[in-house]
Design a binder for this molecule. Structure first.
Ligand SMILES: [Zn+2]
Length: 309
């Protein structure tokens, strides 16, 4: 399967063109942001590859019950996270190969959501997709059923910058993007909601700092239907000092979670704006364990739990 970047670029151009025709100021601003998005994906450098390889986990935490296959989707109708997609996809590919936890196929083609194609996969992973448009109600239903009938759904970073017109999918993944007050050039603090949760072993039971862009989420974000694993640590002066663009009055800035969806499982991790994140050993371990949870191989507690205050 070949990645069809051209589709992404054409769609981006079309969307930008339509946006500019709008008279509202907000739409013009949005269109300008889209216009500013990189149009071509960067080329993976030898240095990047070396950093990914050095950061890969040595082995999977759980032995797969059977050979697993993941469909990694990274189409963008909006902003294009260039290095997040290129470095991220390479890390995902190599991590599956090295640990034997899964095999990954990569696509940007909506046709690959057809039921007969999906049948060969155990999970769908959205790596930095933006403003996805899945207009066919039958395909939408098939995707939701695919997960609810026992498969996995994994979202990385901009995976929540989709589905503004598809509430069921937004609810399944667990929220919608509502700005990123914590900018990508900053280094921010993260805390573990449950230091002893199996998936948080990746971080050695301790909070950490990382250069990344951190999203704020709006409804359908809630803690009532999921197990939140990571949250922005506002006790850190630099992180807690950010006020511009902050809208949530409850200061609940969850970063990663797991949840059940029917017989299926969902893992979302907001870390992953740019390539550097996919070169961090602890983050790759966290992704791998979360992916294994979504695949059904790593059994962990995903029951909702009230926020630790
Ligand atoms: Zn981003």
């Amino acid at each position: 399967m070949k990645i069809k970047f051209v589709n992404c670029i054409i769609a981006l151009a079309l969307v930008s063109g339509l946006g500019l025709a709008s008279v509202s100021q907000a739409a013009e601003k949005k269109a300008a942001q889209k216009k500013a998005a990189p149009k071509e994906l960067p080329v993976l450098t030898a240095a990047d590859l070396q950093k990914i390889e050095a950061a890969l986990p040595a082995s999977a935490t759980a032995k797969p019950a059977k050979p697993r296959r993941i469909l990694v989707f990274s189409r963008c109708e909006g902003f294009v996270h260039g290095s997040g997609i290129v470095v991220g996809n390479k890390a995902l590919e190599l991590m599956g190969q090295k640990t034997g936890a899964y095999t990954a196929d990569f696509t940007t083609n909506y046709d690959d959501f057809a039921l007969d194609n999906l049948a060969q996969y155990d999970a769908i992973l959205l790596n930095n997709t933006t403003k996805l448009m899945v207009p066919d109600p039958a395909v939408q239903q098939a995707l939701l059923d695919f997960i609810r009938n026992g498969r996995g759904l994994i979202g990385i970073h901009a995976a929540l910058d989709n589905f503004y017109d598809w509430p069921e999918a937004a609810a399944m993944l667990g929220g919608l993007f509502d700005g990123h007050p914590w900018r990508g050039n900053g280094t921010w603090a993260f805390k573990l909601d449950e230091p002893d949760h199996v998936l948080n072993r990746a971080f050695g039971g301790k909070g950490f700092k990382l250069q990344d862009e951190v999203y704020q989420f709006k409804d359908p974000y809630t803690r009532a239907d999921r197990r939140v694993l990571l949250t922005l640590d506002l006790s850190d002066p630099a992180t807690g000092g950010v006020t511009q663009g902050v809208k949530r009055t409850d200061k609940d800035f969850a970063v990663a979670w797991i949840k059940n969806a029917g017989k299926g499982r969902v893992f979302y991790c907001g870390l992953g704006h740019a390539g550097n994140v996919f070169q961090e050993p602890a983050v790759l371990r966290f992704y791998l364990d979360g992916i294994q949870f979504a695949l059904g191989d790593l059994k962990v507690d995903a029951e909702p739990k009230a926020a630790a205050k």
